[in-house]
Ligand binder design. Sequence first.
Ligand code: PAF
Length: 273
Amino acid sequence: MKLIKTKAELIDALATIRGNIALVPTMGALHEGHLSLVNAARAENDLVVASIFVNPLQFADLGDCDDYRNYPRTLEADAKLLESAGVDIIFAPDVEEMYPQGTPEIWVRTGEMGAQLEGASRPGHFDGVATVVAKLFSLVRPHRAYFGQKDAQQLAVIKRMVHDLNLRVDIRAVPIIRGADGLAESSRNQHLSATDRNNALALSATLAALRERRIDLDQARAELSNSPGVELDYLEVVSPETLQPVTWPPSGPALALGAIIVGNTRLIDNMDI
Ligand code: PAF
């Protein structure tokens, strides 16, 4: 396994590769969810590149915020984990390497798809995500790239970027990993007390009730916001491709997604309907 910090070294290392290359983009602080992306990539490709880069563009004020400054940076532990999962190359550039001239002039704009749901409380977030992912695609030139279904809006935005910009990469969606209690795996779960965690289960339970029992959507919203310790941000049912709301109950494939705040932690989850 090689740990590479510069674009030049990365391009050099990939120049002679003949088989299929996979990219698993991450911001580090890896957990089971990331490992499932790596395992899927390992099973389908000849060479697996994982990137670790905490991208300031996708944080508030382009990274001039506590969320960015305090984001866990655990390169040594992440590298060990990735090596044992069979990653061939870790690309872990610093900010100056990715953005040598500071904030880029040219960005990928994600429009309405990126402005709603998560984007409503994080303006510009998905433009930052799409911009860095486009840069990573251009450097690694992967045949396949792996994203978790947990971040359903991110996945939809990346798929749409690939379609709209004719990028030649196959986007693979990897299913959500859940704990035995049903909570979706997330690096934020470590901030939950035992009571918080128990309260947070209301979100996955509501999504499951929508999927399995088709309960009324307004009633689901009301029950979730009255659930102990839960502050509801949104609960929506949308088209998985466009993220536009669909009528409830849906007549075709739909995605129910929600965001709640429990304690000081914001959690998201989603289920196919
Ligand atoms: O999902 C993430 O960790 C990030 O948004 C990504 C895709 C690595 C881009 O910085």
